[in-house]
Design a protein around this ligand. Structure first.
Ligand SMILES: *Cc1c(COP(=O)(O)O)cnc(C)c1O
Length: 290
């Protein structure tokens, strides 16, 4: 079994946005890997180290057909010589570029109904209870190990920014950044842009982790909900990708950078590009781009 899961220090570059007043940098976690989403790679690092330490060689996880976590797990498994299985939330047969890539990486996809998908531990026990090598990886990789992986982003920064802004869904990334900032003793604020209507839930997690002074969960930039888009968002994406050469997606990083442009904070700002660029290649967006 191969060990040594590497994330590599990602580049920090200056970013120029039209009309933006602060000094803006972009942390290129999208460049950690060409296929795999940056923050899902970081979130898996210590999960996999733990699985390997326990002698497990089979990662079993959960996701939808457009899940960056599903894809990251498949790729990490192929890279490290681990088997991977994923319960796929799907009421009907589905094929897309995410699942093609996951299958190419050798992932065993197990479609389950939305109803069945709710009972994750049961699914795991039924299918893999007898497999002593199977290791349960939570949906989205959410875990204390995932938070630990994200803290490394802060360790890689060479200066103390005033703000770090990023796309936030489960708040795991935000918690990792917050913990990294606390242990450095920095005053940096995390502006976590909620990309779905769950800001209250995310704030609860921030509070439980005593990070309310460091992390702001910002509501009002979800454009109608998870994976929903708006005309201004699509227009902003099109203009920004064309003027920076940096690929963004409408589900995560596009909403976060749109928010940054609206908030226009002063000072030194790091925009964390969390990856997920595969998202833009969905057929649904092809029709929305003029
Ligand atoms: C999953 C994901 C996020 C959200 O991360 P959380 O840790 O769940 O808040 C942000 N950006 C991208 C590209 C993602 O895939």
């Amino acid at each position: 079994m191969k060990t040594g899961f590497h994330t590599h220090c990602s580049a920090l570059e200056e970013l120029y946005l039209n009309g933006f007043e602060g000094r803006l940098y972009i942390k290129r976690d999208d460049l950690i890997h060409p296929i795999v989403s940056g923050n899902k790679w970081r979130k898996l690092k210590f999960v996999i180290i733990k699985a390997q330490a326990e002698g497990k060689n089979h990662l079993v996880t959960f996701g939808g057909a457009y899940s960056n976590h599903l894809l990251a797990t498949a790729c990490a498994g192929a890279t490290l010589g681990l088997k991977t299985s994923c319960f796929l939330r799907a009421d009907e047969a589905i094929a897309n570029h995410y699942l093609t890539a996951a299958k190419l990486y050798g992932m065993n996809l197990i479609p389950v109904s939305r109803e069945g998908y709710r009972h994750k531990e049961e699914l795991f026990r039924e299918h893999f209870g007898a497999d002593k090598q199977a290791y349960y990886v939570a949906e989205g990789g959410e875990s204390t190990e995932a938070i630990q992986g994200v803290t490394e982003i802060i360790e890689e920064l060479e200066f103390e920014p005033d703000y770090i802004l990023h796309a936030s869904a489960t708040a795991t990334t935000a918690l990792g950044l917050g913990k990294g900032i606390q242990s450095k003793g920095w005053k940096t604020k995390v502006l976590a842009i909620a990309v779905l209507k769950n800001a209250a839930e995310q704030r609860d997690k921030v509070q439980q982790n005593n990070l309310s002074d460091t992390i702001d969960i910002l509501d009002g930039f979800h454009h109608g909900g998870y994976a929903k888009t708006s005309e201004p968002l699509m227009l902003f994406l099109q203009q920004t990708i064309a003027s920076t050469g940096i690929m963004l997606d409408p589900v995560y990083t596009g909403k976060a950078l749109f928010a940054l442009n609206e908030i226009n904070p002063k000072g030194r700002i790091v925009f964390l590009h969390t990856g997920g660029t595969m998202g833009i290649f969905s057929d649904a967006y092809a029709k929305l781009i003029g």
